[in-house]
Design a protein around this ligand. Structure first.
Ligand code: HEM
Length: 468
């Protein structure tokens, strides 16, 4: 009931943003959202200048306050002073080398998903977003926190719905905080309970890891990587590196060196998992929906994947992933048309000149990635259509470069953008190679909220057929 109610508010406020820009016939407008003056923009040059500015590293206070409160800090919402230190400390856990070491986990998850979807081959349409969220949550917990989850029932029975619930309420709280009413949701007992359960889960996980870490040094063996190595040894996949600096190992090391507080470990852990799993699942799901709506594009992609992986059972490595150009175009076009993070914001701490505008101190600038990605003067009259070809080398234009920012830009961009692309590509390779996806849903009927993370108002169902 509360979730339906908050969704209604979200839809009303968000559809208003697009309307404001339309009414003002401008892609940058000053307006009031609730009780706060904001600058709303879908201008690529302004967005680019703001995101690249070293002066504008603080997140919009109203928009990110509920996240800051819930995660007790964390990269996504923390103030610039704290963020600069923590981002520098966490960046090494997202290097190419570390990410490539996750390939066995991504591949295992792909195989798991293919097997699970067997039961959906029955000529009926199915909702699959939840199953994808469960899977990506499992992958994220394993790759960042070092805990194997997706093979058990724990994620589906407990953690995934808990995280999803908290994220849903948070999205609504963000909008209500523009009316200074966010506190109402803070009073909601179920929200507080779920939030507490997530803290407890992360807390116990880190405590256990710390304990194992101490034992580890006593035993002189590396149990921190044991979950990763277990998978490697259980399947016919290339061996993985000996000492991955996955996020949790890095965070614990920083804590032991007194460069991270206990709160830093907890808040950054919750933040990274929250930022990763829904966005990745939404992107995989949206790509499948787009492909189901466009059978000829799906066929072309299937043929590219079939060429690379003639067998149904296969392992995707880094080099192969870079030789699938059409897959790249399809994912880019999906992230353009339906970006998993449609709105981002910065706080102006002092009067700041951007181009010919002066943004006054204490105002907030909201960049609508969703509207920027659909501007007809940049993307052409068919901007609302799904056409991967627009990202081909011949078609992609200079003016579109700053207008395509699904992972944001500048130093405070998405720390997990390469992680996300690797995971999305590997999962899609497996699914498209093994299943054909169909739907009766039409692109024009697609309705989603363009809040802090994208949510489907009506989730298109998909029909699955096995590929031979
Ligand atoms: C398709 C999937 C994803 C999309 C579209 C996406 C998009 C974004 C966007 C637009 C931002 C906001 C940046 C800003 O305010 O300028 C962001 C931030 C962030 N994302 Fe992602 N993201 C995705 C997946 C991931 C994954 C897989 C992870 C982690 C494994 C992750 C971790 C983060 C973190 C920690 C931040 C805050 C970064 C900071 O402020 O330093 N994201 N993401």
């Amino acid at each position: 009931m509360l979730q339906t109610w908050t969704l209604e508010i979200t839809i009303a406020v968000v559809s208003g943003l697009g309307q404001i820009m339309k009414d003002c016939k401008s892609h940058t407008v000053c307006c009031w959202i609730g009780l706060f003056p904001v600058i709303l923009t879908a201008d690529p040059d302004i967005a680019s200048s703001v995101l690249r500015s070293k002066e504008l590293l603080n997140k919009s206070k109203t928009m990110y306050y509920p996240l800051d409160l819930t995660f007790k800090g964390g990269l996504v919402a923390s103030p610039a002073t704290q963020w600069v230190h923590n981002r520098k400390m966490i960046d090494p856990s997202f290097t190419n080398k570390v990410l490539v070491s996750f390939f066995p986990i991504f591949n295992k998850a792909k195989d798991d998903l293919i097997e699970r979807y067997n039961v959906l081959v029955d000529n009926k349409e199915h909702k699959i977003l939840k199953s994808l969220q469960t899977l990506t949550l499992g992958i994220t917990v394993e790759t960042t926190m070092g805990k194997v989850m997706y093979r058990g029932e724990q994620v589906s029975k407990g953690l995934a719905p808990m995280y999803s619930f908290v994220m849903n309420i948070l999205s609504a709280e963000v909008l209500m905080s523009f009316l200074k009413l966010g506190f109402i949701l803070e009073l909601y007992p179920k929200f507080r309970k779920r939030r507490e359960q997530i803290y407890q889960f992360v807390n116990e996980l880190i405590q256990a890891k710390l304990k194992r870490g101490i034992n580890t040094s006593n035993n002189n063996s590396n149990t921190e990587t044991s979950d990763l190595n277990n998978i490697a040894s259980n399947s016919a996949i290339p061996s993985i590196r000996k000492e991955p600096k996955i996020f949790i190992d890095q965070a614990i090391k920083l804590y032991q060196n007194q460069q991270f507080t206990w709160n830093d470990i907890i808040s950054e852990s919750i933040t990274i998992v929250s930022a990763a799993f829904e966005t990745t699942a939404t992107s995989v799901y949206t790509t499948l929906v787009m492909l189901a709506m466009h059978p000829e594009i799906q066929q072309r992609l299937f043929e590219e994947i079939l060429d690379m992986f003639p067998e149904k059972d296969f392992y995707v490595d880094f080099d192969q992933l870079n030789q699938l150009p059409y897959l790249e175009l399809v994912i880019n076009e999906t992230l353009r048309l339906v970006p998993s993070v449609p709105l981002i914001g910065r706080h102006i701490m002092k009067d700041t000149e951007i181009g010919e505008h002066v943004f006054p101190k204490d105002s907030q600038i909201l960049i609508s990635i969703f509207h920027l990605h659909r501007r007809t003067d940049i993307w052409g009259p068919n901007a609302e259509k799904f056409d991967p070809e627009r990202f081909s080398v011949e078609n992609f234009e200079e003016k579109q470069k700053n207008a395509f920012i699904p992972f944001s830009k500048g130093v405070r961009n998405c720390i997990g953008w390469r992680y996300a692309l690797f995971a999305i590509k590997i999962l899609l390779c497996g699914l498209i190679r093994n299943y054909k996806f169909e739907t009766d849903f039409k692109l024009e009927s697609l309705k989603c909220t363009t809040n802090i993370t994208l949510k489907y108002i009506l989730e298109p169902k998909l029909r699955l057929t096995k590929r031979s």
